[in-house]
Design a protein around this ligand. Structure first.
Ligand code: THU
Length: 131
C-alpha cells in the first residue's frame, strides 16, 4: 500500500467515528505532517448547531495542539456523489496553517476524487500578512 493509500484509508475510517446526530452527514479527514505523521479528523456536531466543528478543522486543531506546524497533505472524504467540497471556514483555517501549494485530495462516494491545492481552494486569501 502506498503512503497516499494509507492516508485515504485513515480518512475513510474516520467516517465511522463522526458525531453527526443532527445532519447525519459524515465527513472524515486525514492531515499529514511533513514528517509523515497522520492526524485523523471527524465532524463533531452540537445541539447548538453553530458550534459544530468540521472534520478538516478537527484534524488541523488536533495536529496544531500537539505542536505540529508543517504539513504536506490533507485528504477529506464524504459520501457525496461528487468529491466533497470543504466549507469556507475550513478553507480559511487550511490557509492559516498550510502552504498555498499543498495538495488537498477531495474524495466522494465510490472513491471519486479531485486533486486541488490550498491556494486553489481559497485564492486571494486574507492572512496574517494583511494585518
Ligand atoms: N462539514 C464538514 O465536516 N466539513 C466541511 O467542509 C463541510 C461540512 C460537516 C459539518 C456538519 O457536521 C455537516 O458536515 C453538515 O454541514
Amino acid at each position: 500500500m502506498t503512503a497516499k493509500q494509507e492516508w485515504l484509508t485513515i480518512a475513510q475510517d474516520a467516517l465511522t467515528k463522526t458525531y453527526v446526530p443532527y445532519s447525519h452527514f459524515s465527513v472524515g479527514a486525514c492531515l499529514v505532517t511533513k514528517e509523515g505523521k497522520t492526524y485523523q479528523g471527524v465532524n463533531i456536531e452540537n445541539a447548538s448547531y453553530g458550534l459544530t466543528n468540521c472534520a478538516e478543522r478537527t484534524a488541523i486543531f488536533k495536529a496544531v495542539s500537539e505542536g505540529e506546524r508543517e504539513f504536506q497533505h490533507l485528504i477529506i472524504t464524504g459520501k457525496t456523489p461528487e468529491p466533497i467540497s470543504p466549507c469556507g471556514a475550513c478553507r480559511q483555517v487550511m490557509a492559516e496553517f498550510c502552504e498555498p501549494d499543498m495538495p488537498v485530495t477531495l474524495v466522494g462516494e465510490h472513491g471519486v476524487t479531485k486533486e486541488m491545492t490550498v491556494g486553489e481552494l481559497l485564492p486571494y486569501s486574507f492572512s496574517g500578512k494583511d494585518l
